[in-house]
Design a protein around this ligand. Sequence first.
Ligand SMILES: Nc1ncnc2c1ncn2[C@@H]1O[C@H](COP(=O)(O)OP(=O)(O)OP(=O)(O)O)[C@@H](O)[C@H]1O
Ligand SMILES: [Mg+2]
Length: 201
Amino acid sequence: MSPYFISIIHTTQHASLSVAILCYNIGSMKTQSLPAVQLPHVLDFISHSLAQTERIGQRLGEYMHAGDVVLLLGNVGVGKTHLVKGIARGLGSPDLVTSPSFVLINEYQADLQHASLRIYHVDLYRIDDPAELTSIGLEEIWNDQGVCLIEWAERAQDWLPNDHLAIHMQHLSETKRVLRFVPRGERYQQLVEAFKGTTFG
Ligand SMILES: Nc1ncnc2c1ncn2[C@@H]1O[C@H](COP(=O)(O)OP(=O)(O)OP(=O)(O)O)[C@@H](O)[C@H]1O
Ligand SMILES: [Mg+2]
């Protein structure tokens, strides 16, 4: 078992195959919200606890660069904000990470080792129509060369940058969550490979 006590379900060139293996391993889990996509470098695994979800985020944050965009997708209470907490910690931010549900965007700062990057923590839960996104300046944020972490990215539909890392989260039990990393674009494939190499390698 890895030092992070994470179970990898399967890593495959074909996410649809991965869905089938998820079904096999986790009989009771509903898979309909996991997209049956055909993308390389998809990574599925289980977090067994809140602390572990934060450690996963922390490890990912350690590899993040200026301009990175991460979409966090999944139901209420699945752990998106706690994953963001971990990412901010991985970027060396001392700032308190809280849910931005009411203000839509929180801003934190990475440490010097991470070029004091601005970390934008966005929550689109309250967005009913993607047209509203122009008024909150989302595009300016991901063009700003900070790090942009977007909860409820589903709400933005196809309004988001083509290249990104999507993290799909699902409840498995009260304390367990399935995470699926789906990178789009070369930069995010590299990010997932770096994360995988040190976390599971
Ligand atoms: N393995 C786990 N990973 C993450 N959270 C967990 C885990 N096990 C239990 N939890 C609990 O699930 C909840 C996750 O809350 P969090 O605010 O991170 O969810 P969220 O996805 O951001 O919700 P929302 O959609 O309301 O923003 C917390 O109460 C946390 O203690
Ligand atoms: Mg949240």
